[in-house]
Design a protein around this ligand. Sequence first.
Ligand code: FES
Length: 239
Amino acid sequence: MRQRATILSNREIAKATMEMKVRIVDGTIAPGTFFHVKTSELLRRPLSVANVEADVVTFLYKVVGTGTAELATRRAGDELDVLGPLGNGFPLAKDGKRVVLVGGGIGVPPLYYTRRMLAARGIETVAILGFESEASVFYEDEFRELGETIITTVDGTYGEAGFVTGPLARIDADVLFSCGPEPMLKAVAASHINERYISIENRMGCGIGACFACVCKAPDGYVKVCSDGPVFRAEEVTL
Ligand code: FES
């Protein structure tokens, strides 16, 4: 599960947002899973899978600290120490149902690969993607190629002004898949969609269920985001 992956490209695609493509040879990679990536920091950093094409995996990550800043300096040909794929991923067996994908900021990436896989199964989807501003928007064209896509920005500089919950209120769908910041997840977890799944992004230690660094409250105790999730039914966790 631990492997040395080769970086194929690493470029900025939006404000402080990088797209890294790496060649990873081992493992079947399900949408919604993640890799625990070694950076210059002591702890590895979880990066969700944004896409998979043959043996090439795409990660999209935000430069927010020393670890990701160092990751942004890596170049094609460099090696990357990765652990994974880890976690459970989104349940794709939703035949005959309409799925709404709701992503916020750096929670958007896993929804792209998930949407591609849903489209491959013939499942109808609509995507609502929320960003801070126009400069932060990424992968809009890629999402539009797969179906209806609504963009929101908090400052109103692009798409609909406000939060993802605005357009979500008027969407008719059976299932919701969501990933993004906790306040957004809390809001969409309480939405009118019947079947709701949220992917939680917590800071992690081991990434394999051994250290309890990633625990999240649940109605009957705690769950480990890395090994029980990161995808949960909305009612399985207490945000
Ligand atoms: Fe160690 Fe989840 S990161 S248990």
